[in-house]
Ligand binder design. Structure first.
Ligand code: C5P
Length: 222
């Protein structure tokens, strides 16, 4: 059994989840999208009319919440209290508020515990913001994916148009900048490159090129 642990961190819309999923497939290990967990809690908090600045209320809500990441033929599904919320957590409303929920210390402590429990004794590719620094500090390979704001916004814009959604490129740039700023400046586990992480700049690379680059790094380490 492959028990290798791989941490992939980086700013919003850098393509981490698409790449992490493919790397996990190639290595036949599981993929865990930690952003989906923060998104699911944000979705539930909005549904429950909870003030997203209220750390205690969010923590209590999380304690009462069952969160599962399930692999299916349609990719990874996010199951919250027996309901599939995989699509609900990708809405604009959730995307633009998730960083507020994710800045709270006690919310993060509970999430990190759950993420660490998910991977006990098995190989994993996990993506997020604090994986190499806090969730899997002993990961064998740590990648920090970066790309310019312009490039990340362009990719997201293209994706939105392909899905038939309305999309405004300038607004996307602003939202990505704002999310990065909150994630990078929060007090608890801010978005930062782990000292032993390898930076991969994806600005002029396509998905397959990024995947190959990461597989090369993993093979060098292994
Ligand atoms: O990766 P994704 O863009 O889905 O993450 C959504 C948000 O969740 C991030 O902008 C960040 O605020 C939060 N997050 C986090 N720590 C993680 C994963 C995500 O704070 N490990």
């Amino acid at each position: 059994m492959n028990t290798m642990t791989i941490a992939i961190d980086g700013p919003a819309a850098a393509g981490k989840s698409t790449v992490a999923k493919k790397v996990a497939e190639k290595l036949s290990i599981i993929y865990v999208d930690t952003g989906a967990m923060y998104r699911a809690l944000t979705w539930k908090a909005i549904q429950s009319n909870i003030n997203l600045e209220d750390e205690q209320a969010l923590t209590t809500l999380l304690e009462k919440t069952d969160l599962e990441l399930v692999q299916s033929d349609h990719g990874q599904r996010v199951i919250l209290d027996d309901t599939d919320v995989s699509d609900d957590i990708r809405t604009h409303e959730v995307t633009n508020q998730v960083s507020i929920v994710a800045k709270h210390k006690s919310v993060r402590e509970e999430m990190v515990k759950r993420q660490q429990d998910l991977v006990k004794k098995q190989g994993v590719v996990m993506d997020g913001r604090d994986i190499g620094t806090h969730v899997l500090p002993d990961a064998e390979v740590k990648i920090f994916m970066v790309a310019s704001v312009a490039e990340r916004a362009e990719r997201r814009h293209k994706e939105n148009l392909e899905k038939g959604y309305d999309s405004d490129l300038e607004q996307l740039k602003e939202e990505i900048r704002r999310r990065d700023e909150i994630d990078s400046n929060r007090e608890t586990a801010p978005l930062v490159k782990a000292e032993d992480a390898i930076e991969v700049d994806t600005t002029s690379l396509n998905i397959e090129q990024v995947v190959s680059k990461i597989i090369e790094i993993i093979e060098e380490k292994g």
